[in-house]
Design a protein around this ligand. Structure first.
Ligand SMILES: CC(C)(COP(=O)(O)OP(=O)(O)OC[C@H]1O[C@@H](n2cnc3c(N)ncnc32)[C@H](O)[C@@H]1OP(=O)(O)O)[C@@H](O)C(=O)NCCC(=O)NCCS
Length: 198
């Protein structure tokens, strides 16, 4: 695989069916430009204490419209899980535009509260890790808020991520209390290592 493999080619394996722990089947697929309403409705179902730590105000329809109108796969590959017409999870593999940092991907993931604890988060983490491998990334990371994003920290550790740094007091939580930012990393195996002559 080469770094910067043709991203649309990478997405040809979708849509994919995921079977949750209780047997329910849902679909995992890339976000579409016409998902704006469903994505907005999804984020309105996410509790404020989870939304507070996201990068954007996802309750604002114009913010969601911006996401769906400007899908730029070289910066963020968005995968959603859907059940019928409903989006039930949103997840992204982000990459820096800076050449010096394009070998690292950052994962972000939010599951509808009604669908949590059924294996969907773990499945999406696996899908994003595999996209990272297919893109030739060297590592993927999560940046999570200690004490406030504990299920995500546990899910990352269950997927093989290891805590590599703790930035003390980096985040002010929704109660105004300073919390640590936990950086978790997973090095990715090169499937087909290049042969280098020196
Ligand atoms: C983190 C999150 C995505 C997990 O999704 P999920 O579908 O519930 O996860 P899964 O059911 O696949 O569980 C995967 C692992 O996560 C951990 N986990 C999930 N929920 C947990 C909880 N409430 N407490 C502790 N660990 C938990 C477990 O290790 C679990 O593995 P196990 O079932 O084998 O024990 C979900 O809780 C969420 O959307 N949280 C809010 C958003 C967030 O914090 N995102 C991270 C920032 S981008």
């Amino acid at each position: 695989m080469t770094l910067d493999m043709d991203t649309p080619a990478l997405l040809r394996k979708f849509p994919r069916v995921a079977t949750l722990n209780d047997g329910q089947q849902v679909t995992i697929r890339p976000l579409h430009p016409d998902d704006d309403t469903a994505l907005h409705q999804f984020f309105l179902r996410v509790p404020e204490e989870d939304r507070f730590y996201l990068n954007n105000d996802v309750t604002a329809p114009e913010v969601i419209q911006e996401f769906t109108d400007n899908i730029s796969l070289d910066v963020a590959i968005p995968l959603v899980a859907v059940s019928g017409d409903k989006i039930i999870a949103d997840s992204t593999l982000h990459r820096s535009r800076r050449a010096s940092r394009r070998h690292v991907g950052e994962l972000r993931i939010v599951v509808d509260p009604e669908y949590r604890g059924r294996g969907l988060g773990a499945r999406l983490i696996d899908e994003l890790i595999q996209l990272g491998v297919d893109l030739g990334l060297e590592r993927v990371v999560f940046e999570l808020v200690d004490r406030r994003e504990m299920p995500a920290i546990q899910a990352a550790k269950a997927a093989g991520f290891e805590e590599v740094a703790v930035l003390e007091g980096r985040v002010r939580d929704m109660y105004g209390i300073m919390q640590d930012l936990v950086i978790l990393e997973l090095p990715l195996e090169e499937e087909d290592p290049p042969h280098l002559d020196f």
